[in-house]
Design a protein. Structure first.
Length: 134
């Protein structure tokens, strides 16, 4: 029996999901998560992907938690992060109106003990969620 995490599965499919060459990824530590996503506990692992281009605000992340309950608790913190990211974007110096629909379509889903969020075009966002629902 082979076990693969959702984050590893996402890495394997990154070129199909998005143009992987234009994205940076970083592993998430509990301290990082606490800094950006307040009141989250039980993190086992996580990864956030952001676009390499300054005018493209694509971002998505996947977090694995110790339990389903921890993941469900994290959902409200991630929603708060998405809301503040949207407000920050609207008030930002580099406002690109073409990017705003990504913030309007931002979402977070709990899949087992994983929390997945996206700030992406709807079509790409859907591919991200489908890729981890295996």
């Amino acid at each position: 029996k082979v076990f693969i995490t959702a984050a590893a599965l996402l890495d394997l499919q990154i070129d199909w999901l998005i143009d992987g060459d234009n994205y940076l990824s970083c592993e998430i530590t509990p301290a990082y998560l606490e800094n950006y996503f307040n009141n989250i506990s039980g993190l086992k692992s996580g990864k956030i992907y952001t676009c390499n281009e300054s005018t493209n605000f694509d971002e998505f992340g996947i977090f694995e938690f110790e339990s389903v309950k921890d993941a469900q608790t994290a959902k409200s913190a991630v929603k708060k992060y998405l809301s503040s990211a949207k407000e920050e974007f609207k008030s930002g110096i580099v406002y690109n109106a073409n990017e705003f629909p990504k913030f309007e379509a931002a979402r977070v889903e709990i899949i087992g003990n994983y929390a997945v969020y996206t700030i992406l075009d709807k079509e790409i966002s859907e591919r991200i969620f489908l890729s981890v629902m295996v």
